[in-house]
Design a protein around this ligand. Structure first.
Ligand SMILES: C[S@@+](CC[C@H](N)C(=O)[O-])C[C@H]1O[C@@H](n2cnc3c(N)ncnc32)[C@H](O)[C@@H]1O
Length: 310
């Protein structure tokens, strides 16, 4: 499978340097180092992390005959923030069994994860093109969406939406959709007791510390702290932020560029949105302009997954 590069490694390194200067590291940097991508892959196997979402995808795969009937012989699957593509492959394999020929377009900023997604599809004899792009950019999203003619099946899974401003991101995704397209998208339910605790577990901590160690930060240089905020733009939107708090003066090194981080300073890390059921529906429908065709909540109540149309 070939890979088209819209976001280069040089762009990522330049933006990472600027993000460190600005003390704010968005989601995409957490996967861009090969060691981070490997840690992420290990993390997704931890049942604590994605809980009942695996079962939801088994159910989606079981519903593949209905999707196959809708799409007919061909289904282009475009996955925004595909990761290693394992969820996409579950569905594509079921679609194939239902008589559809899938073409696959995983879209991700992480070259390591994109390579894994492409290699996995190749193993399954599925053709397509990996697209290395920034899914927070509306221009990159439209470019990736145009990889295939409608009707297309878009996927945004693993609470990928929640790592961006979901109000902006869902509109960008919606703008890419044409009548006939379908979108499978999920969001994580907010739980006052468990949402932060799950992110503070050893496996999730290892994932965060892998990025920090790639920047030259060691565990005794400080600690990672979490905060919960409500997003006042709509009831039921919960934002979990995390930051690294420096316990001593540090010097961070990326691509030969050194940045001083003084004792007591904070380095903002990636954040995640979680929702109430109503807020997630509002986000997709009223705010994003989508119609929900079907939706399900995972058996552990952690994830809402919807199949939507424009
Ligand atoms: C939470 S993981 C979900 C992966 C996969 N969809 C799943 O269900 O397991 C988010 C994925 O989005 C990618 N990602 C994060 N920010 C991105 C960005 N700005 N542009 C492109 N990909 C991004 C990451 O590299 C990662 O693979």
């Amino acid at each position: 499978m070939k890979v088209e590069v819209v976001l280069t490694e040089a762009d990522i390194l330049q933006e990472l340097t600027e993000a460190i200067e600005a003390r704010d590291l968005p989601e995409k940097y957490f996967y861009c180092f090969p060691s981070s991508a490997a840690e992420w892959t290990a993390l997704t196997r931890d049942t604590e992390v994605y809980g009942g979402l695996r079962e939801t995808w088994n159910q989606l795969a079981a519903g593949a005959p209905a999707l196959a009937q809708y799409f007919g012989k061909r289904v282009p699957l475009i996955s925004f923030g595909s990761g290693d593509g394992s969820r996409d492959r579950m569905l594509m394999s079921a679609l194939k069994d239902a008589g559809c020929e899938c073409t696959y377009f995983p879209v991700d900023a992480s070259i390591s994860l994109l390579e894994t997604a492409c290699a996995g599809a190749e193993d399954d004899d599925i053709e397509g093109t990996g697209i290395k792009a920034d899914i927070s950019s509306p221009v990159h999203l439209v470019y990736a969406a145009d990889a295939a003619e409608p009707p297309r099946l878009f996927v945004m899974s693993g609470n990928t939406l929640g790592a961006f401003d979901p109000l902006a991101e869902i509109r960008y995704v919606s703008q890419c959709m044409k009548p006939g397209d379908r979108l499978i998208i999920d969001g994580e339910a907010y739980d006052e007791q468990k949402t932060i605790a799950r992110r503070a577990n050893p496996a999730s901590r290892r994932f965060v510390w892998t990025l920090l160690s790639n920047l030259g930060i060691r565990p005794d240089d400080g600690d990672v702290r979490f905060e919960h905020k409500r997003d006042d733009r709509h009831d039921g939107l919960h934002l979990i932020t995390r930051h690294f708090h420096a316990a001593r003066d540090l010097s961070l090194l990326v691509g030969g560029h050194e940045t001083a981080l003084a004792r007591g300073e904070r380095l903002g890390l990636n954040f995640v949105y979680c929702y109430t059921d109503d807020a997630f529906r509002w986000l997709l429908c009223e705010h994003g302009g989508l119609d929900i065709i079907t939706s399900r909540t995972s058996s552990d109540g952690r994830f809402f997954t919807a199949i939507c149309k424009k």
